[in-house]
Each structure stands twice: as structure tokens, then as C-alpha cells.
Write a protein that binds this ligand. Structure first.
Ligand code: ASP
Length: 574
């Protein structure tokens, strides 16, 4: 009788007493008496196979085998395995590929150095915990695609060999044989192409787009990453935000079974900075920053007197019911020290001050008045003082560290928030120039349209960022479509006429042939999937990631090239 070929993880009681055929990797081998027990694994799971006879070849872990046999009930079922009620008594086993000893054991909880795992990423990817995340990624992206196609968006691929795109990072440049000092740039995003697709009349565009930015790497950054890139014509901010909310709600329901509450919260940039010390506030926990300056008006403590005399601020946040320790405080305040600011902490019981880290004669009444006013009973107060921006940033960082240490927020929560009302420009202290806070295609608000070139500090943008649990997972804007305004915007960020023409002349020209009002957004899929799968780094949800130095350890790339190839490209190494 012909046996059915079944995936290992799919063999179950339905096949009882039937002949089956499986293919898979030998994950474990145990010998007992004359019998060999094998765990045979594939993407769907593991099934136990019993060999009663000697095998004609050497059995090694991770070898690929084909097995024919009969499905029987197990005497001792394994409740931890979906296939645990049955096993296969092998009638035939053949070796498809012999494996030598692997550099680490292919088991979910086997701990190995990251370098070893990355060098043999294909083996790391064989582990279920790792595979599960990559499969989630595939399902999630499928759900996004489905939603957008159903809503009549058109998926359009845009070039990878392109021109520099001004997203604020350094470009990866690609030399070419076509000419001396001629370089393509890898796109930091498909920004200009998608705007041109609006000029072309596509109305609704999307792309699962690869983007490349040469930046310092972090746990949530890789040199190349994937965006869900979207652009639409004849829309406004509200329409874009509500489409994204519905898109995420649908995809998360489909892939995680979780129902998101929409619309997401919205918060002005200024409020985010003032109350959470960050433009990407983690709202899974409160710990709001409060301006306490007015309580210190009559203090004799020098440090605060000086601050108030300089018209700087004293701000803090209260950690309810947690008495922090000095050891923890050293970790919490570390961020402030990096910014050159000192922070202090005070602990309270029944609104009475128990501990004061300032160790000076800071009036107890001041602290107790604060508790009275805000009804802080038991817990700790962290305070920092100095210029507003630095204090906000310091306390924002302390807030995050406090949550890391005391787990105040619920890890299972997904707290989305839109940050709106952004400044149009950012001041670059080193170069002493204003740069676009988002990118230079972002429209000023109606109120800033006539003043944005003269009052850069107060100019506001029609931009929005989407934040999830303290991470920026996307951002976009309504674009400038008037060539004159676009020209003024380029000038405002100090581009010369020559630079404007060589870098963006084609865009300005396109805007002269009929351009619809349009806007869009890009979601950083790696970061979003990292958060949805509760991963610690985006490396975990990228099939072949680079290490924290931008190296692909498996390919050993970047690597040196043949001098002849460099010569063909007109490149000389200094
Ligand atoms: N191109 C922008 C980015 O990559 C997104 C957008 O404005 O649509 O951040």
C-alpha cells in the first residue's frame, strides 16, 4: 500500500494504524536496549519514531532522513508535544543528507554566543522560537497586504539604485562603471518616488519597501530595514491616521487575535515633551513629569535657588508605592549625568518624607507640600533641575529606566499614540543651521505657511508620528505641492539654488504639470514586529540580520574587493 507523505508536526491520531512517510531532521537520538527513539523535526513540529532494527548508516543529529512506518498509539503519551499521543514504528529509513556536529545544539533554550548564532543563522533559524517569529512576520505582512489590496491600494516597487533621499541619515553610495565620480545612492526611503506616483495619478500607493540608512546601530536599528510605505491623494491627516488605525487593528486581530481600541490616543509634541520627556512616550505607565518650580520659591537650598534665579525649572515624577533604593537610583540617574544634570530622590510614607538624597537642609515642608498638593502618599519622588529641554529629556530617560527596574507598565499592553503638531524644523547645534524635522517635503501648517521662512523656531508641520510602547513605529505628513513653497522650504534649510536644481529639480518640474494634494506615512515593520513578538532586538525578527557593527557574519560582509574591480569603478582606496 502507498504511504501518505505527511509533515512531521502534522502526524496525529487521525493516521492511527496507517502507513505514513515523513521527511525531516533528526533532532534527538536515544537508544534503549535494542530500540532507537528518534525525534524527527520539521517546520510543523516533532514526531517520535521508533527504530527496532539496526540502521544501515550512522545516525547523527540534524541529518535529513526519509522514514516510512506505521502510526501507533504511544504507551506513555507526551503532553508537551502536539504529536505526543502517537509515534511511528519505522519500517524503512533512508539518509537524504548526513549532518556533521552542529556548532550549537538546535534546541529552543540552548544558549550560545550571538556571533556563533549569526555566523550560522540558517541553523539558528531552524529553532522553533526563532522560526515562529519569522513566520509571524510573514503572516503579519500578508495581513497588511491583504487589507491594502482590498482597499484598492496599488503595490508599486520603486528603484533601489537611486539618488540621495533626504531622510536625515547618511546615504549608502554605490559606484558604477558608467563614469568617474558617478554614484547611485541606496534609498533611505521611497519618499520622492511615491510623491511622483501621486503626480502620475495612482491615488493610493503602497509598498513593502527596503530602506537603507547609514546610521549608528542600536537594538532597534539595522542598516537596511523594511517599511510599509503608503501615499494617498486628496486626503488629510485624519483620513491617513484612521486608515492606519484600521489597518493595524485588522492585521493584529487576524494574526494575534487581539482587538485594539481605536481611535488611538493623540498627543501634541509639546505635551509629550513636557509630560513624558520624550517625543515617543511609553504610555503603558503614567509617571508624568510635573513642574515643581513654584514649590521651591522660598527654599534656602542653594542648588534650587540658583536654578530659579536663572529662570530654569525643577521638575519631577512620583513613583507610587515603590520605595526606591540608592543602588537603583544610581542606575536611574545615570542618563541625567550624561546630560550634565543632577537628579535627586526622596521617599515618602503617609506623605511624610523618609529619605532625602540631597543630604542638605532641604526644607521638609516643601517636599511634604508637594505630596499634599498631588496626593502622593507612599512612594518615591525623582527630581531634576536645569534648562527645560535637558530636564525633560533627563526625566524622560529616568522614567524609562524606572519602569525597566520596577515593571510598572503592563508588558502585554499595546499602547499606541499619535504624536501631532510637530515643529517644522530642528536646530542643528553643530552645523548651526535649521534642518527639516521630518523631511523637506512636509507641508507647514496653514498657520505657518506665511511665516515659516522667517520664524523657523515656531513653524509647525502637518506631520504625525505613530508611537507604540515608547518606540516610534511610523511617521508621515501632508506634503508640500506648491513648487514655490517647496522652493522656499529648500532655501530655508540652506540649500543653494544649484543644490536644489541638481538634487530636486525633477520634483519641482513634476509639480508644474498638475499635482494632487497628497500625503502619506511609513511604518517601520521591523520595529513593529519586534514589539508585537516581544523581541528584544530587531535582529530577532529579520531572517538574516547584521550584527551591531553592521557586519553580516555569515557572509563576512562588508569585505574587501579585488583591486581590479575597484579600478573598473574608478575607486581608489586612501
Ligand atoms: N519617508 C518618510 C520616512 O521614511 C515617511 C513619510 O513621510 O511618508 O520616515
Amino acid at each position: 500500500m502507498l504511504s501518505k507523505i505527511i509533515y512531521c508536526g502534522c502526524v496525529n491520531e487521525k493516521f492511527l494504524n496507517q502507513s505514513v512517510e515523513i521527511n525531516g531532521w533528526i533532532r534527538k537520538i536515544r537508544k534503549m536496549g535494542g530500540i532507537t527513539f528518534l525525534d524527527i523535526a520539521d517546520r510543523y513540529g516533532i514526531v517520535q519514531v521508533i527504530l527496532k532494527k539496526d540502521c544501515s548508516f550512522d545516525l547523527t543529529r540534524e541529518s535529513v532522513v526519509n522514514i516510512k512506518g506505521k502510526v501507533v498509539l504511544r504507551k506513555n503519551p507526551n503532553k508537551n508535544l502536539p504529536t505526543g499521543k502517537i509515534e511511528i514504528i519505522a519500517t524503512d529509513i533512508s539518509l537524504l543528507s548526513k549532518a556533521q556536529a552542529t556548532p550549537f545544539v538546535i534546541e529552543d533554550d540552548f544558549v550560545a554566543f550571538e556571533d556563533v548564532l549569526l555566523k550560522h543563522r540558517y541553523l539558528d533559524l531552524r529553532r522553533y522560537t526563532v522560526q515562529k517569529k519569522i513566520i509571524f512576520r510573514s503572516n503579519f505582512i500578508h495581513a497588511l497586504n491583504n487589507y491594502l489590496i482590498e482597499k484598492d491600494f496599488v503595490h508599486i516597487e520603486t528603484p533601489i539604485l537611486a539618488k540621495p533621499t533626504p531622510e536625515g541619515a547618511r546615504d549608502y553610495l554605490i559606484p558604477t562603471r558608467n563614469g568617474r565620480n558617478m554614484f547611485y545612492a541606496l534609498p533611505q526611503s521611497p519618499q520622492i518616488f511615491k510623491q511622483l506616483l501621486m503626480v502620475a495619478g495612482f491615488l493610493k500607493y503602497f509598498q513593502i519597501a527596503k530602506c537603507f540608512r547609514d546610521e549608528d546601530l542600536r537594538a532597534d536599528r539595522q542598516p537596511e530595514f523594511t517599511q510599509l510605505d503608503i501615499e494617498m491623494s486628496f486626503i488629510d491627516e485624519n483620513k491617513i491616521m484612521s486608515i492606519i488605525e484600521d489597518l493595524l487593528k485588522t492585521a493584529i486581530k487576524k494574526t494575534m487575535g487581539m482587538t485594539l481600541k481605536t481611535p488611538f490616543a493623540r498627543m501634541k509634541y509639546e505635551q509629550a515633551m513636557n509630560c513624558y520627556g520624550s517625543d515617543k512616550p511609553d504610555l503603558r505607565y503614567d509617571l508624568q513629569l510635573i513642574d515643581l518650580s513654584s514649590f521651591f520659591q522660598k527654599t534656602k537650598a542653594d542648588i534650587f535657588k540658583k536654578i530659579l534665579a536663572k529662570k530654569q525649572v525643577i521638575k519631577g515624577f512620583f513613583i507610587k508605592n515603590i520605595v526606591i533604593t540608592n543602588k537603583d537610583f544610581i542606575q536611574i540617574k545615570k542618563y541625567g549625568i550624561d546630560k550634565g544634570l543632577t537628579s535627586f530622590y526622596f521617599t515618602f510614607k503617609d506623605k511624610k518624607c523618609l529619605f532625602n538624597s540631597l543630604n542638605k537642609n532641604l526644607e521638609r515642608e516643601i517636599l511634604e507640600n508637594i505630596c499634599q498638593k498631588f496626593d502622593f502618599k507612599n512612594g518615591s519622588l525623582i527630581i531634576s533641575c536645569g534648562p527645560t529641554k535637558e530636564v525633560n529629556e533627563t526625566l524622560g530617560a529616568c522614567r524609562i529606566k524606572t519602569n525597566d527596574l520596577y515593571k510598572i507598565g503592563d508588558d502585554n499592553n499595546l499602547c499606541f499614540v499619535w504624536i501631532i503638531d510637530w515643529p517644522l524644523f530642528e536646530y542643528n547645534k553643530q552645523e548651526k543651521i535649521f534642518v527639516a524635522a521630518h523631511h523637506p517635503f512636509t507641508s507647514p501648517t496653514r498657520e505657518s505657511l506665511s511665516t515659516f521662512t522667517t520664524d523657523k523656531i515656531n513653524a509647525k508641520a502637518r506631520a504625525y508620528d505613530l508611537v507604540l510602547n515608547g518606540y516610534e513605529i511610523g511617521g508621515g505628513s501632508i506634503r508640500i505641492t506648491d513648487p514655490n513653497i517647496q522652493q522656499k522650504m529648500f532655501e530655508a534649510i540652506n540649500l543653494t539654488q544649484k543644490e536644489i536644481q541638481t538634487k530636486f529639480g525633477y520634483l519641482l518640474e513634476a509639480f508644474k504639470y498638475g499635482v494632487p494634494p497628497h500625503g502619506g506615512i511609513a511604518l517601520g515593520l521591523d520595529r513593529l514586529i519586534m514589539l508585537l513578538t516581544k523581541s528584544k532586538s530587531i535582529k530577532e525578527i529579520i531572517a538574516f540580520p547584521k550584527n551591531s557593527h553592521g557586519m553580516d557574519l555569515m557572509l563576512n560582509s562588508p569585505s574587501q574587493v579585488d583591486p581590479k574591480d575597484l579600478n573598473d569603478l574608478f575607486v581608489k582606496i586612501k
